[in-house]
Design a protein around this ligand. Structure first.
Ligand code: HXC
Length: 511
């Protein structure tokens, strides 16, 4: 008899908002909270916590609409054998809206995850603060924000956006490490289209204002996007495979047998003409284990490429200038994108590989007025403070301040390689000749010829890696084809790197 009551309650908690609302959810091309968990977690691994929780509100007749679980399914389970804590908001229950009890459930699993050093995954699908419950809904959000911040850098926190995520609700995902959206069925914004219209008179759809494409390409808020919910969940699983459980662990290495690690095709990857672009992703795919590169923020600030990869089974973070976009120049967006990724990898013991081909920082009023000084400093700061193994390969240009910033020896890189095609100097030969030989060129009978001569003179001295190598700024000039082999060894020997940082409360990164 007693078990019957339990069975009844459990069955009730499983149907969320009921058949009709589940159908409505499916009609929108969306799965339910529990269907998503089934796709995410290993079968039979989910253990639910708080399935019988209900809200305590009596405002606006809310006592008549109680649902077991209060619109969020919480608990723990495994993803490919890895333990994670998870919450999955149930849009079929009061629009997945968040109030006191709903928030308490999320906070409970966050506290458990933090205590046990386990990643947290949030599947968000919610109409935001439950309007009927008033300020306790806002308090509930703030309780989550506080925990997100406490957990930041301690355990990985991943947010999937599977439906609406509006108003202050956006700030929990924004405080986590990665956001993944679903194309067509999810959106995120602080104020929706109708408020936008009232305030700024702009007419914009939800999709345009805050859909996956917008946040992938325009704002950079979303790090990944799934074509559909299944794709979103698969991407989450891939992401987690590169990460450790917490900041005291390393990501686990996949088994790897060393083979012929020469990559002859890298010998011809750099064009003869140094002003010609090439796609750095071809360099990455030649250096990383086959099909292991998992790009982050693929469509945002494409002049820098960041993502996870494996090198002989070891998880690494790759930061590469992209000569195929804006010549790989560093600008405001590329600097913040790079800096955030470097800091994530450093927080979670993921070694860094930098592939450098950078003509410098982007000049112009737009960049200066948008703070290229403080934004560029973010990338510099992120590299300077990183204590994980750090290796740089200069494939071609390493000019100006960007040479220093992109993980130079001087700011703590462990091993710096250069290809014979590297050019390491304060600036390009033409610009340099125009400045330092200005008078000589002006007074010459043939200024064009003189400029060419001086340009050549400067290029001979600096448009190569040997000057830097003679100073020890470059540890070794290497054949491109041998790079993968060298990297495997260099990361292996840095495995037990230990750095003591001065004791402080926290640094003051130029935000
Ligand atoms: C209570 C809500 C709700 C909410 C939706 N519902 N949002 N109930 N509080 N915030 C309920 C609806 O009343 C409805 O109930 C059911 O969920 C499904 O909603 P629909 O509107 O029918 O669904 P849909 O047409 O898909 O539209 C979804 C929506 C819309 C766009 C999310 O519901 C909406 O605009 N909701 C309000 C969004 C909002 O303004 N939230 C507050 C944001 S401010 P029934 O019973 O009819 O099925 C915020 C502050 C956070 O979140 C602060 C943190 C600092």
């Amino acid at each position: 008899m007693k078990n019957k009551e339990l069975e009844k309650k459990v069955a009730e908690s499983k149907i969320g908002g009921g058949k009709e609302r589940i159908e409505a959810q499916h009609k929108k091309g969306k799965l339910t909270a529990r269907e998503r968990l089934e796709l995410l977690l290993d079968s039979n691994s989910f253990e639910e916590i708080g399935g019988l929780v209900t809200h305590r509100s009596t405002n606006f007749g809310l006592e008549k609409t109680k649902f077991l679980g209060d619109g969020v399914v919480t608990g723990y389970g495994t993803v490919n054998g890895r333990l994670i804590y998870v919450y999955s908001q149930d849009f079929t229950v009061l629009g997945g809206s968040l109030a006191e009890a709903h928030a308490e459930k999320i906070c409970k699993i966050m506290d458990l995850a933090l205590k046990n050093g386990v990643p947290i995954i949030g599947l968000n699908d919610s109409g935001g603060a439950r309007i009927q419950e008033g300020v306790v809904s806002l308090g509930g959000y703030a309780d989550i924000f506080y925990r997100n911040t406490k957990a930041s850098g301690v355990v990985p926190q991943l947010s999937a956006i599977m439906g609406p995520c509006a108003g202050g609700a956006v700030y929990s995902p924004a405080l986590t490490d990665f956001i993944i959206m679903t194309k067509g069925t999810s959106y995120m914004f602080v104020t929706g289209p109708s408020v936008v219209k009232t305030v700024t008179k702009e007419e914009v759809s939800s999709e345009e204002l805050g859909g996956a494409d917008t946040h992938m390409s325009k704002s950079g808020v979303s790090h990944f996007a799934g074509e559909n919910e299944l794709d979103t969940i698969n991407k989450l699983k891939t992401l987690i495979s590169y990460l450790p459980q917490n900041c005291e662990e390393r990501p686990s290495n996949l088994p790897y047998e060393l083979d012929n690690e020469e990559r002859p095709s890298l010998e011809t990857i750099i064009p003869e003409n140094p002003n010609q672009p090439y796609d750095v992703k071809n360099v990455i795919s030649n250096l990383a284990d086959k099909n292991s590169f998992f790009e982050v923020q693929q469509e945002y600030a494409e002049n820098i490429v960041v993502g996870f990869a494996r090198l002989a089974g070891r998880s690494i973070g790759v930061i590469a200038n992209q000569p195929a976009v804006l010549a790989g120049v560093l600008d405001v967006n590329a600097s913040t994108k790079g800096a955030r990724f470097v800091r994530f990898c450093d927080a979670f013991n993921i070694p860094l590989l930098v592939i450098e081909d950078v003509p410098g920082f982007l000049p112009g009023t737009d960049q200066e007025w948008n703070g290229i000084i403080s934004n560029g400093a973010k990338l510099l700061y992120a590299f300077c403070e990183a204590t994980v193994p750090r290796i740089t390969i200069i494939t071609r240009k390493a000019y100006g301040g960007a040479y220093d910033v992109m993980n130079s020896k001087h700011i703590g890189a462990d091993m710096n390689f250069a290809w014979p095609s590297a050019e390491i100097a304060v600036m390009g030969a033409k610009g340099a000749a125009e400045i330092i030989f200005k008078k000589e060129i002006k007074s010459s009978k043939n200024p064009i010829k003189k400029l060419q001569e001086k340009e050549e003179e400067y290029a001979n001295l600096f448009a190569n890696p040997y000057n830097a190598a003679s100073r020890g700024y470059i540890d070794e000039v290497i054949a491109p084809s041998s790079t993968r082999k060298k990297l495997i060894k260099a990361f292996k020997i840095s495995e037990n790197k230990k750095i003591k940082i001065p004791q402080k409360k926290h640094g003051n990164i130029p935000l």
